[in-house]
Structure formats: structure tokens, C-alpha cells
Write a protein that binds this ligand. Structure first.
Ligand SMILES: [Zn+2]
Length: 179
């Protein structure tokens, strides 16, 4: 959790530098190029805001969007440089920032390991059968675990039995899947 918050913080700073840099480069352009670049800038700005909201809400797609965003920023900066000729050190610095932003975004597209482990755990729990028959606390019938009805029973509502008698004693009737 702490790690992802730090990553998000770094990303916000990178975005800030990127936009300050872009503004600076764009305002050195001549009329037509200026308006064209202003449109691109607004598009990028919108994408960055949507991404920031996505990151803030832990949406994975935000990182995919940012990866594409930095590729466009990178190409756009090279283009602006080609038509305007910004100062080289300044231009290179911005390119490095864009590459760092791209790398962070790209590596965050992958699921964090904890999340993957959690999902694995859930799978194991679902296939774990602590009895021969299953019923729902809220239902009236008991089922074989392979039955479609059984699969719909939530883990928190599941009651397991080792025999039909046990299930009957608990007040459940046999479902059609139970022979
Ligand atoms: Zn059934």
C-alpha cells in the first residue's frame, strides 16, 4: 500500500514537470504550430487528469493509459524540438522525465504480487471441499459440490456435511443433483 502511494506521488510530480516543460516548449512556437500543439496539450492534459483519478482509485487501466500518454509525450516533444529547436539540455531533461514516467507506468501495468497471491488463495479455497455435500445457510436444499447450485453458494453462507443424514438432521432436503 505504502509503495503504491509513493509511486503515485512520484507520478504526480513527473506529470507536473512534463506539463510545465510542455507549456514552456509550446509557447516558443509560432502561430500555426502553437495552436496545433495547444490542442495536443489539452488532449494530453485531459488524459493525465483521467489517469490521476484512475491511479487515485487504484484502477489498473490508469497505468495503461499513462504508458500510452508518455509515448505520445515523448514523440510530441521530439516533434516540437524538431520544429522549434529548444535548448538541448532542457530538452534532454524533459525526454528523460518522459522515459522515467513511461517506465513507471509500464511496470505498474503488471499486477502487484500480493494481489496475484490473494487470487491464488481464493482459488484454493473454492476447490477445498471439507465435506461431501454443501448447502447454503439461506437455502432449503443440500447439493453435491459439483452442482451448479452448489457453485453459486457464497463461501460465507456455505454449510458442509459429510453425509446425507447429517444434512437431513440439519433440516435440509436433497437437491436433484443428489442421488
Ligand atoms: Zn444441486
Amino acid at each position: 500500500m505504502c509503495g503504491s502511494k509513493f509511486t503515485a506521488f512520484v507520478m504526480y510530480i513527473i506529470l507536473l514537470i512534463t506539463f510545465l516543460g510542455l507549456i514552456n516548449m509550446i509557447f516558443n512556437l509560432h502561430r500555426f504550430a502553437f495552436y496545433a500543439e495547444l490542442l495536443i496539450f489539452l488532449g494530453l492534459f485531459l488524459a493525465a487528469i483521467i489517469s490521476a483519478i484512475g491511479i487515485n482509485n487504484n484502477f489498473r487501466w490508469a497505468w495503461t493509459l499513462l504508458t500510452v500518454f508518455f509515448i505520445i509525450v515523448f514523440l510530441d516533444m521530439i516533434f516540437i524540438y524538431a520544429i522549434s529547436g529548444a535548448e538541448i539540455p532542457y530538452f534532454l531533461l524533459l525526454l528523460v522525465v518522459a522515459v522515467v514516467g513511461f517506465s513507471i507506468s509500464f511496470f505498474n501495468i503488471e499486477k502487484p504480487k500480493e494481489e496475484v497471491a490473494e487470487e491464488e488463495e481464493k482459488k484454493v479455497k473454492k476447490t477445498f471441499k471439507p465435506g461431501k455435500y454443501i448447502a447454503s445457510k439461506t437455502g432449503a436444499k443440500y447439493h453435491a459440490p459439483k452442482c451448479d447450485w452448489a457453485k453459486r453458494i457464497k463461501e460465507s453462507n456455505a454449510v458442509w456435511f459429510n453425509s446425507k443424514e447429517e444434512a437431513k438432521k440439519a433440516g435440509y432436503k436433497a437437491g436433484s443433483c443428489v442421488e
